[in-house]
Structure formats: C-alpha cells, structure tokens
Design a binder for this molecule. Structure first.
Ligand SMILES: [Zn+2]
Length: 193
C-alpha cells in the first residue's frame, strides 16, 4: 500500500494541529444538532404521545424523507465515524482514551446502519422482519436503540472534550493544537529563554 502523499499528510497534520479547534467546534455543532433531533423525537413519543411514524424530530416535520430515508441515516453514521477517526490524532493522553472509546462504539453503530442500509437496498429484511432490522434491534426497539447508541457515543466524546480543553500538564505539553482553554505553562516554557 502506498503511503499518503506529503500534501495529504500535511492536510491531516493541520486538521489535528492548527485547525483542530475550528474543525472540532464545527463537528461538535453537527453532533449536538443530530443528538437534539433524537431527543426531540423521544419527547414527541413519550411526553406528547405522538404515534411513532409521525414523531420525526424538528427537521423531519418539514422534511419527512429525512427520517424515512435509510441512506441518510447511514450517511450520517458514516460522517460521524470518519469525523471521529479523522480528528483522533489531535487528542493526546486521557482525552485520547475517551475519544477512542467513542470511535469504537460509533464503529459498531455504523455497522448496524450498514446492515439496515443493505436491507433497504436489497428489499430483503433480516430475521424475517417486516422492516429493515439491525442486530441489537432484536433486543431494543429502534427509537430507543439509536437514542442509546447516540448517547453511548456522545458521552465519551464530551469527557474527551473536557480533558482536551482542560488538559493535565503532561497532556498539554504533548498537544499540537490550540484547543486548551488556558494553555498550560508547560507549553510556553522555553519560548522566551
Ligand atoms: Zn485540539
């Protein structure tokens, strides 16, 4: 396998260095907006008592096809996976452990969506179900399952972000980005001497 060209390397180097802060901010806005949609949908079902088919979050009320299109669900799961993986090298120390946990969980979540997507394309559903059905869905219904998945991915991301924004001294010393809220003295030591 050919190693990536210097241009590609410096692009990913910048994403995890000088551009990490902005890229991470943009990514987290997308992640929170998507998670909020899942929360609104759960609210519509459990608190407002709407039928499941009509509980489509906020954007889904205006664009129902957003919720009913399996390819968009799969596309979003893929964007999440690629986003978490791409921004991983910028995380060091404790924050890296938590971001990696989010990556592993999102990898499985994405496999489940790939299974759903495969069934939507082939028109043949697993387990003889009337609708596309993923593995964990055998135990937990779809709305609740994806609320659980998104929570399981979101929580370690938040913990990783806290450690990334407020790093310990050794972690701060190893960071190549400007995400830390207060750059630790360890980062600036030596620049004036
Ligand atoms: Zn960063």
């Amino acid at each position: 396998m050919a190693s990536p060209s210097p241009g590609v390397r410096s692009f990913f180097g910048n994403l995890n260095g000088p551009w990490h802060k902005r890229t991470l901010q943009a990514f987290m806005i997308v992640v929170i907006a998507h998670w909020a949609e899942h929360l609104v949908q759960a609210y519509q079902v459990y608190v407002l008592g709407w039928p499941l088919h009509q509980a489509r979050g906020v954007l889904g009320q205006v664009f129902p096809w957003l919720v009913h299109s399996e390819v968009l669900h799969y596309g979003y799961a893929l964007i999440m996976l690629v986003g978490i993986w791409t921004l991983l090298p910028g995380f060091v120390g404790r924050s890296r452990t938590w971001w990696l946990a989010a990556l592993v969980i999102q990898f499985w979540h994405h496999i489940e969506h790939a299974l759903l997507q495969g069934q939507a394309i082939s028109g043949r559903n697993l387990f003889g179900a009337p609708v596309p059905t993923s593995i964990a869905q055998l135990v937990i219904p779809r709305l609740e399952l994806h609320l659980v998945y998104n929570t399981l991915v979101f929580v370690p991301m938040v913990v990783a972000m806290v450690y990334h924004l407020f790093p310990s001294a050794p972690d701060a010393g190893a960071m190549r980005c400007s995400c830390a809220v207060r750059p630790h003295p360890a980062v600036t030591v030596g620049t004036g001497t």
